[in-house]
Design a protein around this ligand. Structure first.
Ligand SMILES: Cc1cc2nc3c(=O)[nH]c(=O)nc-3n(C[C@H](O)[C@H](O)[C@H](O)COP(=O)(O)OP(=O)(O)OC[C@H]3O[C@@H](n4cnc5c(N)ncnc54)[C@H](O)[C@@H]3O)c2cc1C
Length: 485
């Protein structure tokens, strides 16, 4: 005997069938389950600095993920209702209409999302509909860590050591085989997938940029297929620790982030596959390191819960006051990849053209913006929010707090020496040439400082370059001296 006749499953950043606790429990508890996703207009507005809150790459990825989920639900007898509007208005109305007794969903961790949850809870309570919410986005469950969110250690290493010693990830929930919809609902009632234009989003390039690390496509099917390729077909996991700082190509790192951010991929499933890989292939530093990186993701989510809105304030979670400049001229050169510093410009152009950038790249461009240019960190964080295909509110704002020296970094005022980083991670300039066609003919000796070549008339004549590329907007030697006293 089931607890309920009808329940609603409200989906947000948990767009998957595997290891989805809210889905598994709704199907277990209710005879009929109606899954719904709301296009909340607040998510398609503008950030405070005026960038689209959800840019074209992520919107496209979201639509693909919803299409995939709807298909997955349909083959199991269900479907996915798509609505446009605020969940706190839509859910109670729908619950009344279909006589649902309960709503199931996953909990989020940051201010805007929590306020929506609160409004939904309030509206449901008023009409006597129960809510069942679950924690499902992290590798380690919030109820299993031996500290309350307010006591989350501020230093990652402390967090990791406690968690590694005391917590084991929970087992994944299996994918339900059957989903029964409330009677009388036919396919036409479920709504069309919105288009980018209908959501007010600039249309993404119809032909994906062929220079991208991967042709990212949203959805659980694609996520599982990427994991299968990276772990099992191409056997890349065994050398992840050595390759993860790469810049070019599909396989230097897992590229799981976009699917993890939207919940198409469960971190617990990744963990179980790492364990299986260790049992069947090899266990080494690399297999450990992928789980280590997933703990960074957990750390930023717990930190977000702890610090609430402080994550988004100018002084950051540590309340450090700095004289940030809202320098739009410098900022625009940075975001368009026109600073005259090839390593920065290549990374920013990759982001602009594809919505992705490597972790090494992100650390460098963030440090460059806030340290070398002294531009307000929130401008950079909001630009990333808008552009990144894998935007995750906790990871993005957590990492930006860290980069800006106002977050939980034990090394105060960490500084990335851009020229040194470029020399280490792109010694021959292959990455720079990949993204900056105007520098393709520049010899390796000058590739990271092409302005120096213009002083060498003979070299310039030989290579026929130098004029089309800007001179650096900042003297990196000077800033490096300032920060590395
Ligand atoms: C300024 C800045 C902003 C960032 N913004 C985001 C963001 O919005 N969304 C996002 O998912 N990551 C963000 N990151 C973290 C990291 O750069 C990406 O997760 C990573 O580059 C994604 O590539 P991957 O999946 O191949 O990573 P892999 O190296 O294969 O790592 C596996 C997974 O571990 C997690 N992970 C790895 N490094 C980090 C990290 N530093 N912080 C949190 N999680 C991590 C990710 O979920 C990633 O998919 C940011 C980093 C910086 C420096």
């Amino acid at each position: 005997m089931k607890k309920y006749t009808t329940a609603i499953l409200w989906l947000r950043n948990d767009l998957r069938l595997h290891d989805n606790e809210a889905l598994a429990r709704a199907v277990r508890d209710a005879e009929y389950v109606l899954p719904i996703f709301c296009f909340d207009p607040r998510n398609f507005g503008k950030t405070p600095y005026g960038f689209p809150k959800t840019g074209a790459f992520r919107t496209q990825f979201l639509l693909e993920s919803l299409a995939d989920l709807r298909l997955g639900m349909t083959v199991r007898g269900g479907n996915l209702l798509l609505c446009s509007g605020k969940p706190e208005n839509i859910l109670p109305t729908l619950a009344r209409e279909i006589k649902a007794e309960a709503v199931y969903f996953h909990e989020e961790a940051t201010d805007e999302e929590l306020r929506v949850e609160e409004a939904v809870r309030e509206a449901l309570t008023k009409i006597g509909v129960k809510e069942h919410s679950y924690w499902g986005a992290t590798l380690m469950h919030i109820d299993d860590v031996p500290f309350s969110p307010e006591q989350t250690p501020d230093i990652f290493t402390q967090f990791r050591k406690i968690v590694e010693k005391k917590v084991t990830p929970r087992k994944t929930f299996s994918t339900p085989q059957h989903i029964k919809l409330p009677s009388g609902m036919d396919a036409s009632a479920f709504g069309e997938l919105s288009t980018l234009a209908a959501l007010g989003v600039d249309v993404a390039p119809s032909v994906p940029d062929g220079r991208a690390v991967l042709p990212f496509k949203g959805g659980e099917t694609q996520a599982l297929s990427r994991l299968n390729a990276y772990f099992w077909e191409r056997d890349c996991l065994k050398e992840y620790k050595e390759t993860r700082n790469g810049l070019l190509g599909a396989d230097y790192s897992s590229k799981f982030s976009a699917w993890l951010a939207l919940g198409c991929l469960s971190p617990r499933y990744v963990y179980e596959e790492v364990k299986r890989y260790e049992a069947e292939r090899i266990q080494n530093d690399s297999t450990y390191w992928l789980v280590f990186e997933l703990l960074w993701r957990d750390f930023f989510r717990f930190t977000a819960l702890k610090y609430d809105t402080a994550l988004f304030r100018k002084a950051g979670i540590m309340n450090v006051k700095k004289p940030w400049q809202e320098d739009w001229e410098r900022f625009d050169l940075w975001r368009r990849g026109q600073t005259g510093i090839p390593f920065i410009d290549a990374n920013m152009r990759e982001l602009l053209a594809t919505g992705f950038m490597s972790n090494r790249g992100r650390q460098n461009v963030a440090s460059f913006l806030v340290r070398d240019l002294n531009v307000h960190w929130l401008m950079g964080a909001e630009w990333f929010e808008s552009q990144l295909i894998d935007y995750d509110v906790c990871s993005n704002y957590g990492n930006w707090n860290y980069a800006a020296g106002i977050g939980n970094d034990p090394r105060e005022d960490r500084y990335f020496n851009i020229m040194r980083q470029a020399g280490m991670y792109d010694p021959k300039g292959e990455y720079v040439r990949h993204w900056l066609p105007e520098l393709r003919a520049v010899p390796s000796a000058y590739i990271h400082e092409p302005h120096r070549m213009s002083m060498d008339a003979q070299k310039q004549a030989e290579c026929r370059v130098g004029v089309e590329y800007p001179i650096p907007i900042v003297n990196l030697e000077e800033t490096a001296r300032k920060f590395q006293r």
